[in-house]
Design a protein around this ligand. Structure first.
Ligand SMILES: *Cc1c(COP(=O)(O)O)cnc(C)c1O
Length: 423
């Protein structure tokens, strides 16, 4: 596989035109890139009739992008009431929705059932809770936590430390109870990785699930309709990293499917994925300008964007590549901390990053901001969330979310009511 693609889908001239109407900072998404990537994923699993990717809505909850996902044949992976409402708005309903929640309130189960979504339970105790609050559906799925049977990774941690899912023993019990209560259709789910770049990890996960499906089918006397191996396919944030070879993941899972499932006598079943990051991550960019250059004990480039626009560096110490538009050919000779304006010292997009010499007004593009980027935004310190723009496949740039204003910051307050507190 090729190394990370550093080529931008837009020119500096285009950004300078767009900026007159939509000032920086903003997020911009590349429709052509998202669609080509979606097709690559579909092709890698075309061997499996019924294969479906359920886009993890939390990664980038914008209805315009969900429309693109829908057009590419994707469903939506939701885990809250607003995410269910968002899917419904776009017209993704029924088994186009996988509802994977935890510590779930009753009204979310009720809404998921009303939309005829696939309900994926996080815990054995939720089976009775679902039955009492929303009624049991004909199709049920359980989330498996393999615990010590599976190694974890940095973002999601060790499975046995994770709050999610059923133990192995609880799965057998859960399917037995569900069957006894008249549930007719069954699925099995797990989600054990995040930002994983090793293709073998996903093949191993599929093998684990296929073996389990065969064992549960035999012991409980049910057959499975689908296996959802979760999301977590990583993207190359660093220039020297390589993208996950999707064709290899697809081929590896196919081999496991044929040997561990079909050859064991289990009928064909549908394979589901619920990736977020690899679907939109590389195709979203945070565009921002340098406000000030500051030289104290270190050199700082202070931007008009801040961690409210992209939390990952502050939250996980993540690397996000930075391109200085118009200075692509200049050598990276100066070491900067690239910061935002929020009053927290971890409000930095990069620490000790070698870049071309910067000046106020320079246009910076922060790569791989298309998933878990804008979505994680917040208003702490009075920082407002930026606009989201879409670079259409035909080259037009359209707004898909306006920037917040101070009025949005005040929107949840009853300001006239303040007068009753006057002293
Ligand atoms: C966050 C999440 C995903 C998506 O993870 P990515 O790393 O973005 O692929 C999928 N499923 C569940 C249950 C999640 O919580």
């Amino acid at each position: 596989m090729a190394r990370k693609n550093l080529v931008l889908p837009f020119t500096r001239e285009l950004i300078e035109t767009v900026e007159r109407q939509f000032p920086t900072p903003f997020h911009i998404y590349d429709e052509a890139g998202i669609r080509a990537n979606a097709r690559r994923l579909q092709a890698a699993f075309a061997w499996n009739p019924g294969f479906r990717e359920y886009f993890a809505v939390k990664a980038c909850p914008n209805p315009y992008l969900l429309k693109i996902m829908q057009a590419e044949g994707f469903g939506a992976d939701c885990s809250s009431l607003p995410e269910l409402l968002l899917a419904e708005q776009v017209g993704i309903v029924g088994e186009g929705i996988m509802f994977t929640s935890n510590a779930t309130p009753a009204d979310e189960f009720v809404k998921a059932r009303a939309l005829a979504a696939i309900v994926n339970l996080d815990d054995l105790s939720h089976l009775a809770f679902l039955e009492q609050t929303a009624g049991l559906p004909e199709l049920i799925c359980f989330r498996y936590n393999p615990g010590p049977l599976k190694g974890g990774n940095a973002i999601i941690g060790q499975p046995e430390e994770a709050k999610y899912g059923f133990t192995r023993e609880q799965l057998f019990e859960g399917y037995r109870i569900a069957k006894a209560k008249g549930v007719k259709r069954f699925g099995l789910h797990t989600m054990v990785a995040s930002n994983e770049l090793n293709f073998q990890y996903f093949v191993d996960t599929a093998e684990l699930l296929f073996d389990l499906v065969v064992e549960i089918s035999r012991q409980v006397g049910i057959t499975f309709e689908f296996v959802n191996i979760g999301g977590g396919i990583g993207i190359p944030y660093k220039p020297e990293q390589e993208a996950v070879d999707l064709e290899r993941v697809g081929a590896g899972i196919r081999r496991a499917y044929e040997q561990r499932l079909l050859a064991q006598g289990h009928p064909a079943l549908k394979l589901y994925l619920e990736c977020g990051r690899m679907i939109t991550g590389p195709y979203g960019y945070l565009v921002t300008r340098v406000r000030h250059i500051k030289n104290t004990y270190k050199r700082y480039a202070g931007l008009d964007a801040c961690m409210a626009n992209l939390m990952r560096p502050a939250l996980y110490g993540s690397y996000h590549h930075i391109t200085v538009m118009g200075k692509e050919q200049q050598p990276a000779t100066v070491k900067y901390d690239v910061t935002g304006s929020l009053c927290e010292n971890n409000d930095k997009f990069a620490i000790d990053r070698m870049l071309p010499e910067l000046a106020p007004g320079d246009l910076l593009v922060i790569h791989d901001a298309g998933a878990h980027g804008h979505a994680m935004g917040f208003q702490y310190n009075g920082k407002l969330r930026s606009a989201e723009l879409l670079l259409r496949a035909d080259g037009r740039v359209v707004p898909i979310r306006r920037a917040e204003t101070a009025a949005d910051y005040f929107a949840t307050l009853d300001l006239p009511g303040l007068s009753q507190f006057a002293v």
